[in-house]
Design a protein around this ligand. Structure first.
Ligand code: THU
Length: 152
């Protein structure tokens, strides 16, 4: 993981983070009041956005990451995910880590990277434009449960 300032990111990464902030604005989180935005850069250059969508029946809440990933799977089934960014409303100090994806989303992120047979970068956007850049989901989810264990 590398911690970088927004201004030190490539143009593609900056566009992805900007889309993530836009996505976060579309969060529907009246219960937790915790907004999350997610953006994906696809291999065709398109950027996809997702935000958490909550429900009065709490277990039905959808995480931003899974909203974005499901959209990508349905609308761009032949494209690969090149990078993913996540921003949240977590109230942290500048030098503290940004809120990482929940365990369930990490497992789902792993599935998408295995499915497309290619790792993708994960950018966690923190306070004061500090971005934590991970090269792949393996850094965030070691010892993965995967299809290997389901073989006969
Ligand atoms: N949430 C996400 O959208 N992504 C995560 O990885 C962590 C949690 C949402 C779900 C819920 O709407 C709110 O954050 C509080 O848990």
């Amino acid at each position: 993981m590398k911690c970088k300032d927004y201004s030190a990111l490539t143009q593609d990464e900056q566009d992805l983070v900007a889309a993530c902030w836009e996505a976060q604005e579309l969060s529907y989180a009246p219960y937790s009041k915790f907004s999350v935005g997610c953006s994906l850069l696809m291999s065709n250059g398109k950027i996809i956005k997702g935000a958490n969508q909550e429900n009065a029946s709490y277990p039905l809440c959808l995480c931003a990451e899974r909203v974005a990933l499901s959209y990508a799977a349905m609308h761009y089934p032949t494209e690969k995910i090149k990078a993913l960014a996540v921003s949240t409303s977590a109230a942290l100090e500048t030098d503290q880590k940004p809120a990482p994806p929940c365990g369930a989303c990490r497992q789902v992120l792993y599935e998408y990277s295995a499915r497309q047979k290619e790792d993708f970068q994960i950018v966690l956007v923190g306070k004061n434009n500090k971005c934590w850049v991970y090269e792949s989901i393996h850094e965030l989810l070691p010892h993965t449960f995967d299809a290997e264990f389901l073989k006969d």
